[in-house]
Design a protein around this ligand. Structure first.
Ligand code: FUL
Length: 745
């Protein structure tokens, strides 16, 4: 392909009507991150803090009607948070200064719904002030999550959200008698009451708490009101003026990776086609930036309005929580991710051209709980142990890829597509890291492969697609003294700025605990995504893997080598199974699974409605009520839209059972948000006809995180008949459903 006239690298490139596929590709290859995006991406790993009334009420999404008195951390210790995060290897912290409930964690002039009305320091507490101080001591940067959705401002009588006030010229910050600002800059905007409120609060955050490095705008909206609109362009301009180093998440700089489970695409392009403003892309789509996507005919066929106007640089941010849920709920049931799990997410996200934003929700004392701390400290130790040094140091290789200079790089040429690295001595290696010179040359590598010299010949040990800021290749351990990196496909000539090789000390893999079709519990080693076992005919493992044993318990205790040895699937009527794999002295992370009572003798006694007939994905009767009891999470029960007043499912458990919790598995495979039961009521009956209320339940944030949810009862109940009644469906949908309904004994 003939090269076109040089294009000056820029943060975005405009697509013009006369552009050809070649010229579009050339433009894409010359999109580079802005200085603030680059600095942000180089920080790699940040902590996320969800803290607020939800911490004390156990909700995922608040209502805005909480009494500020509930917010009562009894022993707030932001130093403990920051000390832990710094030791985990994080460089920045983002905190929910205002979540969807509208409660503010700082001393805002503009509302009383926040710390100023809470018991914390008798109304004088300020979580952001304390956190900023602790962050400084640890060298951590700080970011603020300010939710545009604000339930307090929607629900309270004088609330400003959607109050139908007119847009007129307003001055930001709105002056408040007796509370002047030291920073005397002001902004004139056309705004309504809520935008004026929101921007004035942003002004406080950006001018009174020191440099802010990320502003996080959540896209989620538990509710909407009054056709409220946002003057986003004005928010962004003010941020640029007041916090020039801050990246904007949910705005022009940083993009949601598209899930909350810690996953990143195997191919993660930073350069993606979009309209100006960046709001019009489907962030959950599998392919955002391949060549096909750049000059997609179908995309163009949608018409002028939908045509991508520019190729822009956006950093993918992987936000996930160390706990099940974003807020602290309890230290008994709420699951905490193991170090294995977090380290795996770290390697895939940071080593997959993304930034990892890991949430650690403080508990009601205002501390990180011990389990979270243990896991984080172990992750920090593994990061240092694995990535703290480079096994290629002193190797013979192009100097530019081994020096510490970010401006020097090796570049492919017409007949130069690979380079070798010759080590001084053979080394045990199972990780390889590479980086492109994105600051000057953008993201260009489309495919690459790594070879090792083993048994007198080159053997491919790993391959990948995109690289961008950083790629970590993981492969079974090999012993070698020679490596070769091949760039097998790229946009224009690609660059490699830096490479390193590492060894991750292998641990026994975690185990999975499942219940098979016949109701028996099966425990198995999880095959690591990065191939704990070498593929056949590829390479002999450098070391023979040691013998592995799995031990488990059903009495709640932590399994040791003295616990029952797992040999074969076993019968189990429900409860909690814990298991670990052991080799030599080391044990895998603890796996825990709680099973509901078996559903063998359950029957549907009544249902408000169910979708009949076949459904294209699953065939005949795939959405009838019994599908919620069939132990198959891929089938589902879904109501019709014909019973909007009362939607329910009543079940006969076959005999009287003792139940301690309700487990809801949301339907899969419907459109996003469809069929989700956000809140409901459980009822009991002795005869299947006369019902009395048991408890109400509520599951927040199901749309973004449609994972299995458990509602524990205040105390266990005995019953033969139980009924699930929908109170509210997600996004106001007319139908609800479930993939599975379960109860824990
Ligand atoms: C989502 C929110 O709805 C959750 O509550 C959480 O804050 C998460 C980070 O973003 O959109």
């Amino acid at each position: 392909m003939p090269l076109m006239a040089e294009i000056a690298p820029a943060n975005f490139q405009q697509i013009e009507p006369g552009d050809s596929p070649e010229s579009i590709l050339e433009k894409a290859a010359n999109v580079v991150p802005s200085a603030r995006q680059l600095a942000y991406q180089q920080r790699e790993f940040s902590g996320f803090i969800h803290f607020g009334p939800n911490t004390f009420t156990g909700r995922e999404w608040g209502t805005g009607k909480e009494d500020p008195q509930v917010f009562n951390p009894t022993d707030l210790d932001t130093d403990q948070w920051c000390d832990t995060m710094a030791r985990a290897g994080m460089k920045m912290v983002v905190i929910t200064v205002k979540h969807h409930d509208g409660f503010v964690l700082w001393q805002s002039r503009y509302t009383q719904h926040g710390v100023m009305s809470s018991p914390l320091e008798e109304g004088n507490g300020d979580i952001l002030r304390d956190l900023v101080k602790s962050c400084r001591a640890q060298g951590l940067k700080i970011g603020v999550y300010l939710s545009p959705a604000d339930l307090y401002q929607m629900e309270s009588p004088a609330g400003l959200y959607g109050n139908l006030s007119s847009y007129s010229e307003r001055t930001i910050p709105k002056p408040v008698a007796g509370r002047p600002f030291a920073d005397t800059r002001t902004f004139k905007v056309q705004a309504d009451d809520y935008n004026e409120y929101f921007m004035s609060q942003l002004f406080e955050l950006l001018t009174e708490y020191g440099p802010i490095h990320e502003v996080w705008f959540d896209g989620a909206h538990p509710k909407k009101k009054g056709g409220q609109t946002y003057i986003r362009d004005d928010w962004y301009s003010m941020i640029r003026e007041l916090a020039p180093e801050a990246v904007i998440f949910g705005g022009p700089d940083v993009r949601w990776v598209g899930n909350e489970s810690g996953d990143i695409r195997a191919t993660e392009w930073s350069v993606i086609p979009m309209q100006a403003g960046a709001e019009n892309i489907d962030r959950t789509a599998e392919d955002l930036g391949s060549r096909q996507r750049l000059y997609d005919k179908e995309y163009k066929a949608l018409g002028e309005m939908y045509q991508p106007k520019r190729l822009a640089y956006t950093v993918a941010e992987v936000d996930t929580s160390i706990r099940h849920g974003w807020f602290f709920r309890d230290d008994t049931h709420q699951q905490v991710r193991s170090a294995d799990d977090v380290f795996d997410i770290y390697e895939r996200s940071v080593g997959g051209n993304g930034v990892l934003l890991l949430n650690i929700p403080p508990n009601t004392r205002g501390h990180f709980s011990k389990r979270d701390v243990d896991s984080l400290l172990e992750v920090g130790a593994r990061i240092r142990e694995t990535y703290g040094s480079n096994l290629l140091e002193g190797a013979r290789a192009p100097a530019a890829v081994l020096d510490a200079d970010d401006t020097s790089f090796w570049q492919t040429g017409d007949d130069q597509r690979s380079f070798e690295m010759v080590l001084g001595a053979a080394q045990l290696i199972n990780r390889f890291m590479l980086q492109e010179a994105i600051a000057t040359h953008g993201q260009r590598i489309e495919e690459h492969a790594l070879d090792a010299w083993v048994s007198g010949q080159w053997q491919q040990v790993a391959q990948g697609t995109t690289v961008g800021y950083k790629k970590i290749l993981r492969f079974p351990s090999i012993t070698t003294d020679k490596l070769r990196l091949r760039i097998t496909q790229s946009r224009l000539q690609a660059t490699v700025m830096s490479v390193s090789a590492h060894y991750y000390r292998e641990r026994p893999p975690p185990v999975s605990i499942t219940r098979g079709g016949r109701g028996k519990v099966e425990i198995a080693l999880v095959k690591h995504r990065f191939g704990w076992k070498p593929r056949k005919n590829l390479l002999k493992p450098a070391k023979k893997p040691p013998e592995m044993h799995i031990h488990y318990t059903t009495d709640g205790s932590d399994p040791t080598t003295n616990s029952p040895l797992y040999k074969a699937p076993f019968e189990y009527n429900g409860g909690t199974v814990k298991a670990r794999a052991f080799w030599d002295e080391s044990a895998s992370a603890l796996s825990v699974h709680t099973f509901g009572i078996t559903k063998k003798h359950w029957k549907v006694v009544a249902v408000s409605s169910a979708q009949k007939g076949s459904w294209y994905k699953l065939g005949r009767d795939s959405r009838v009520a019994s599908r919620a009891l069939d132990n198959n999470p891929d089938t589902l029960w879904q109501t019709t839209a014909g019973d909007p007043l009362e939607q329910f499912l009543a079940i006969d458990l076959g005999k009287i059972q003792t139940l301690s919790a309700f487990v809801y598995t949301p339907p899969r495979g419907l459109s996003p948000g469809e069929g989700l039961i956000i809140s409901g009521q459980l009822q009991l009956s002795d005869d299947g006809e006369n019902w009395r209320d048991l408890e109400a339940f509520e599951f927040g944030n199901l749309v973004n995180d449609p994972s299995q949810r458990t509602h524990y009862f205040e105390k266990s109940v005995k019953t033969r008949y139980i009924k699930l009644v929908r109170t509210e469906a997600a996004l106001g949908e007319l139908t609800v459903g479930a993939a599975e309904i379960g109860f824990i004994p």
